[in-house]
Ligand binder design. Sequence first.
Ligand SMILES: *Cc1c(COP(=O)(O)O)cnc(C)c1O
Length: 397
Amino acid sequence: MTDHTLQTRLLHNDYKFDPATGGVSVPVQHASTYHQSFDEPTKYDYSRSGNPTREALENTIAQLENGTHGFAFASGMAAISTSLMLLSQGDHILISEDVYGGTFRMTHDVLHRFGIQHTFVDMTDLNAVATAIQPNTKVLYIETPSNPLLNITDIQAVVKLAKANDCLTFVDNTFMTPALQRPLDLGADLVLHSATKFIAGHSDVVAGLAVTNNEKLGEQLGFLQNAFGSILGPHDCWLVLRGLKTLHCRLEQSQKTAEKVATFLSRHPAVQNVYFPGFSTHPGHPTHRYQCDGPGAVLSFQLKDEEAVRTFTKRVEVPVFAVSLGAVETILSYPKAMSHASIPKGEREKRGITDGLLRLSVGLEHPEDLLKDFQQALKSLQPQHLFLDGRVRSEVR
Ligand SMILES: *Cc1c(COP(=O)(O)O)cnc(C)c1O
């Protein structure tokens, strides 16, 4: 099966049908414990340590990421937090400065208490990365594209620095999924996912995944998964497996529409900057094209100020106004008040997360319906919310 493309392997893999019945959907095994034989060892004994439905998901994601060991967790944060438990007291981790808020909180407010040190660094600046590596640095932690400004980190270049310094590279691949980016192929040691987003894709399950191709790391992570116990339940595993089947076609459709929406927004006088890795003017575009199979379906754009954002979000009808991304429905979020609310204003604005910034995760609606909706909502803005001639505008930043 491995010579098939990923699009086909999403459907035709080791779990194509249930060998016991021929059923073409993985059975949901709810049992928490298993009847054992007194003399013979049994494959399963207790569901925290092993469950057939979870195993199906874990093996499937491992194969899709070209890894050898997959793990399913109760949330993306459970996958990330458990993986960070690979570190010990006195270790140091180098982490993207625009990392997901929950990962920021885990390193800054939790690991810190256990004597695990961290430095936030601009991962797009390789000199800064090289300079920040310390003798006790064990992990370089990347997110690319980053959130919400879609900055691109060169995975292979960071891996090279990591290997030269005896460090591991972890990549949060939530925005791209294995359909568009496979970090293990680029030398990374561990791939992490919030499967809540594109992988499951239907806004109906919270889940996390981790994959490695390193035997030792796989063993250690398996031990930690069982020790920590933040496993994904069998029914949620099944929901993620079902979502995975349509991953490729959902992303194909959504990113095509995202390109149209991004282009439309970049030409509108009420929009200042559109951040989208698909634009050739995006500073990370060449790297992104090299390491990914598509731009993805997330973009951000800037309106004049909070008042413009208020008017626009009240007028717009199609998108859901919510946190999260990667769903069948288009989701509009306001980073200032949602994902990045805990960052002080000065720090936030320094990073480009202004009061006018909106993030859009494009879903499966007809592109024309979205464009018409955006057109009418932007039309309701006051003249003072337009960027008039002579203004500095670009399609990038
Ligand atoms: C949502 C998200 C997470 C956290 O995942 P949960 O499933 O919400 O715990 C981690 N990383 C990124 C990039 C995310 O978007």
